[in-house]
Design a protein around this ligand. Structure first.
Ligand code: AMP
Length: 306
């Protein structure tokens, strides 16, 4: 059940109240793949510039991430710089330098075209559509996007929605896309445009899985120390898709479990700067966290409510 991700491979510079990084390994496809690979083999399609440190690629390769689809092109790598507020609740993007990412035209290597599980990271929706044209028969396609595309390429994005199974966005993106402030109505608006499910990420408040009949909520893991929220959403997606690919089961109960694996991986992402914690996470630790979620939300309905 091959798992494929297409997205940014970046050099991130991040400032939080607890410290800062410069040109650290980052990017949506990186956070996704380091989370997913704990659960299932993952293949990446992306682009890096001539200045991208080889050791960053080795970090991914050592964890077993398949980088055959990562092109190295002459020019600068994609760089992103952001600063978080004192409570880590919001962030300001200080700089986005596209470099070789500006000309990125995803080419899916022949040996990746049989991917059954596909995650389209946040890139131009036209490119996301071109990826779907290149993969043969995906069983489950999930897709991320961002405000920039919601405004600048709305029509293409709406066209894309007709071809995917799950739209995975954060709550503000769901609101902007639908034009509805209520996140549950926004999710149903999305379902009306094609996807079978919407996953709405809510940061420290967890995430929602919404299908036409049900809503499932997973909390965020109650961490006492959070250092850097960067990549939490992509790590969530990696855990979610990694678990689905590992179990090859799209049943309702399994999708709920996948949400918990997603939230567990998101919690590893934020516990340290950049990918530091994700790159040491073990399957045993992930399972431990999944069991902790079970305790966190378990309760017995009393006789009166039954
Ligand atoms: P998140 O915290 O989940 O929003 O993801 C942050 C990651 O997304 C960082 O590692 C960035 O390198 C990457 N990123 C930021 N802006 C963009 C963009 N415009 N396109 C693709 N990736 C981006």
């Amino acid at each position: 059940m091959a798992l494929l991700v297409v997205g940014s491979v970046a050099l991130d510079s991040v400032i939080t109240p607890f410290g800062e990084t410069a040109d650290a390994l980052g990017g949506a496809a990186v956070f996704f793949s380091l989370a997913a690979v704990v659960l299932h083999p993952v293949r990446v399609v992306g682009v890096v510039g001539s200045d991208f440190p080889e050791e960053h690629l080795e970090t991914l390769a050592r964890r077993g991430v398949d980088l055959a689809g990562v092109e190295r092109r002459p020019g600068e790598s994609f760089r992103w710089k952001a600063r978080y507020s004192y409570d880590l609740g919001s962030r300001e993007t200080l700089e986005t330098r596209l470099g070789v990412f500006a000309e990125f035209r995803p080419q899916i290597p022949p040996q990746f075209k049989d991917a059954r599980f596909v995650f389209l990271g946040n890139i131009d929706p036209e490119l996301q559509l071109s990826v779907l044209d290149q993969v043969r028969k995906p069983q489950l396609v999930a897709c991320d996007t961002m405000n920039y595309w919601i405004h600048s390429k709305r029509d293409v994005l709406l066209q894309l929605l007709r071809h995917i199974d799950i739209l995975m966005v954060n709550d503000s993106e769901a609101r902007e896309l639908s034009g509805d402030w209520n996140v549950y109505r926004a999710a149903h608006w999305i379902l009306g445009r094609g996807p079978k499910m919407a996953v709405i990420k809510q940061g420290e408040h967890g995430a929602l899985l919404v299908d036409p009949d049900t809503t499932f909520k997973v909390p965020a893991y109650p961490l006492q120390e959070v250092f850097d929220p960067t990549g939490a959403g992509d790590a969530f997606a990696g855990g979610f898709m990694g678990y689905l690919a590992r179990t090859a089961d799209r049943s309702f109960d399994n999708l709920r479990r996948a949400m918990v694996y997603g939230s567990a991986m998101g919690s590893f992402a934020v516990e340290a700067f950049g990918v530091q914690r994700l790159q040491t996470a073990t399957l045993r630790e992930v399972h431990g966290r999944v069991r902790a979620f079970h305790d966190l939300v378990r309760f017995e309905v009393d006789g009166e409510a039954e």
